[in-house]
Design a protein around this ligand. Structure first.
Ligand code: EPZ
Length: 416
């Protein structure tokens, strides 16, 4: 079955190593298309979204080989510009192949990547910005064809911050003719990792980590070997698991410097954090929450991807609190599932009001997207009795074997 069975009540103990970042691996794998030759990307997580990206690169003529967590991409025979719809549709990150393919091949046709339950996930800003860089785009009801005789640098002022748009425009600009300025840009650590990768390959990018990027187009990039940073959202997920189940866990390789807002929120809600040279020791369960308010936003604000796991912590904590979701329009789909487990949560618009000190009970609950699914697993760890979390495939998109990792930490959990 595509599900996970959890018998709640065990506290967590031991160590888990945090996997490489999904949201850094995907744009960096897309960026290899800009480089004629063989790149080696290390610490790529073994998750289905990365597998779909590998398939997309192969469908374009690249030779892609995984050796453990290293992915070798040879783009010498890059040819096609049509991607299999089953991978494009499944994974939104396919849209960031757009900038790379236009830079390398000058043409790409693809279906709209589609939305998901957390939001419509439009790509209007991607397309509008690329048009300003000399790209002609013809749209139809299913998708579009984009073509250019050569990308040209432009001064791009964006109406709001978008991670994906920032990534796509960086990939379009590094080989463009002239200088591109982009403002405001997303400042997520995954954007910094992409800029580090491209700079190592010879790109000229100024302002990495700030709100404004200046990119001087260059003639060519050269193949590099690069190690992807650890996944801050996966680290935050295991942090929440320990806070809800209780116990003490060492999160090896947790990217502490990229987790300030998450760690300070965890401490405010009762977690004890010990800092080691290669990770953090988390001690959980005495929830002292004093009625917290969590508001999600662009980095360095509290990340929207941590919103659902922290909702579970808040439901178990002393006085609960409220969560304001400012990034996506529909990211409270987990609420009815948590209510079925006994949580007392009400939603008005983009705000969830979470009553604290809930005693969660085991139930059959349905994952509907990646982070909400992980949060249901966390809730089941703390619930009385047995829970079944269905639609495990959503969780597999972003977490390497969450069942094995949690079982190794003492959870009573198995594939169902
Ligand atoms: C990235 O999605 C991440 N995905 C998301 O992580 C993350 O939640 C999100 O950034 C915000 O941090 C990857 O990196 C693969 P956005 P992205 O463009 O790029 C709107 C996970 O769980 N928008 O910053 O799609 C959009 O609808 C995933 O790992 C437009 O309106 O997010 C959203 O409301 C979930 N038009 C807002 O901008 C556009 O053309 C911010 O989205 C593009 C975006």
């Amino acid at each position: 079955m595509d599900a996970i069975r959890i018998y709640g009540g065990n506290c967590l103990k031991g160590q888990t190593t945090i996997q490489g970042s999904k949201n850094a691996s995907l744009p960096i794998l897309a960026a290899t298309l800009l480089i004629d030759g063989i790149c080696e990307i290390e610490n790529c997580p073994e998750i289905s979204d990365v597998f779909h990206m590998q398939r997309l690169l192969e469908s374009l003529g690249c030779k892609v080989k995984r050796e453990e967590t290293r992915i070798r991409v040879d783009t010498t025979c890059l040819s096609g510009c049509d991607m299999p719809s089953d991978s494009v549709g499944v994974m939104r990150s396919s849209v960031m192949l757009l900038g790379a393919l236009l830079a390398r091949l000058g043409k790409v046709c693809m279906e709209y990547p589609g939305g998901c339950v957390i939001g419509a996930r439009p790509i209007d800003l991607h397309l509008r910005s690329l048009r300003k860089m000399g790209v002609a785009i013809e749209e139809n009801e299913n998708g579009f064809c984009a073509e250019t005789t050569g990308l040209t640098g432009a001064d791009l002022t964006l109406p709001f911050v978008s991670v994906g748009v920032t990534e796509n425009l960086i990939l379009a600009a590094v080989l463009a003719d002239g200088v591109t300025t982009i403002e405001p840009v997303a400042r997520e650590p995954e954007i910094r990792a992409l800029c580090d990768f491209l700079s190592r390959a010879g790109a000229r990018i100024e302002g990495s980590g700030t709100k404004r990027l200046v990119i001087h187009g260059v003639e060519k990039l050269t193949p590099v070997r690069f190690c992807v940073p650890a996944d801050r959202i996966v680290a935050g997920t295991y942090l929440c698991a320990c806070m809800c189940a209780g116990g003490q866990v060492f999160l090896k390789d947790a990217p502490v410097n990229d987790m300030e807002s998450v760690l300070s929120q965890a401490v405010a809600m009762g977690a004890a954090i010990g800092y080691e040279p290669d990770g953090i020791v988390v001690t959980g369960k005495d929830h002292e929450s004093t009625g917290d308010i969590i508001t999600t936003g662009c980095y360095p604000a509290f990340p929207t991807d941590m919103q659902s796991p922290f909702m579970v912590v808040m439901a178990l904590s002393g006085r609960g609190g409220r969560i304001e979701e400012k990034v996506f329009e529909n990211r409270f789909r987990i609420v009815p599932e948590l209510q079925r487990m006994g949580a007392d949560i009400t939603v008005h618009g983009n705000t969830a009001y979470v009553a604290g000190a809930s005693r969660l009970r085991g139930a059959i609950v349905q994952a509907q997207e990646l982070r909400g699914g992980a949060a249901l697993v966390i809730a089941a760890l703390a619930a009385d009795g047995t829970s079944i979390v269905t639609n495990r495939h959503f969780i597999d998109r972003g977490y390497e074997d969450i069942v094995l990792s949690l079982r190794d930490l003492g959870a009573d959990i198995e594939l169902a």
